[in-house]
Design a binder for this molecule. Structure first.
Ligand code: BGC
Length: 268
């Protein structure tokens, strides 16, 4: 049972049709927020998330938009503001991987990842911040004028060969988040990142769906388990709540110790 109430708040979660985004959307709805389920090409999956939330007594609504497309992002915000009047929480979650060895990586693989993972966060955050500033703080709703949670990764600090596009996008998300946080704090807007480690979702299925792969992955996780989406979702709810009102401009790593250089345990 969730104790952090987000009653009366409107949240947009990008890429909420599956994986971490879906988990976050469900948990925000449990905490009382009305949740917009953004998806790019998975209308049926998005609708399933909406239905799951409705069955559990919550409220959700699906909107299509490619987060890397400025016009589509603006149209999504217009539709959301027409329906719910405002927005209180943005979870910048949509992201993907296009892995390749560095020398084989195509410009398209590079640009696809940067466009969705980094430019997409910029475009959605910019629209959200405009609305937060226009509306300001509503003390009966939240102490903050708005909250932006950026889904980063341990790879905002851990270099990742074979994935330089992805690691670069997440390193970019770190400075996007911090710079926005610095600029927007005087407006009482909080901006922060969650950096998940290995969480069981479709994005990394090959890293945990066989015993051999799982055992290899676990050598990177001192806490000796792969994360689940509800781990991340509960943190997102807390970060969005007034209990975290003094947090801005920081990344919270939720990774079972992946960033602790496990290779150095009794070594080096
Ligand atoms: C990636 C996963 C990976 C994890 C830990 C995440 O950001 O999307 O594929 O398993 O980082 O390396």
């Amino acid at each position: 049972m969730n104790t952090y109430s987000l009653q009366g708040q409107v949240a947009l979660v990008t890429g909420a049709d599956s994986g971490i985004g879906k988990g976050v959307a469900i948990e925000l709805a449990k905490a009382g927020a009305k949740v917009i389920i953004n998806h790019v090409d998975a209308h049926q999956l998005a609708q399933q998330t909406v239905d799951e939330i409705a069955t559990a007594g919550g409220e959700a609504y699906a909107i299509h938009a490619d987060v890397s497309n400025e016009a589509e992002v603006q149209a999504m915000f217009t539709e959301m503001l027409n329906k719910y009047g405002t927005i209180d929480i943005l979870v910048n979650n949509a992201g993907l991987q296009r892995d390749a060895k560095f020398v084989d990586m195509t410009l398209e693989q590079w640009q696809t990842v940067i466009n969705i993972n980094l430019t997409g966060q910029f475009l959605c955050a910019r629209e959200a911040a405009k609305e937060f500033i226009r509306r300001g703080v509503v003390p009966t709703v939240s102490k903050a004028a708005g909250k932006i949670i950026c889904m980063s990764s341990v790879h905002e600090v851990i270099p990742w060969g074979g994935h330089v596009n992805y690691a670069s996008s997440k390193g970019g998300v770190m400075m996007l988040m911090k710079s926005m946080a610095q600029e927007l704090a005087p407006h009482h807007i909080r901006v922060m990142s969650i950096a998940p480690g290995a969480i069981e979702t479709h994005i990394n299925v090959s890293a945990w769906n066989t015993t051999a792969a799982l055992n290899k992955l676990l050598t990177l996780i001192p806490y000796d388990r792969v994360g689940v989406t509800s781990d991340i979702a509960k943190l997102a709810v807390w970060l969005a709540s007034d209990d975290a009102d003094y947090i801005t401009g920081t990344t919270i790593f939720m990774d079972g110790g992946m960033t602790l250089y496990p290779g150095f345990a009794d070594n080096g």
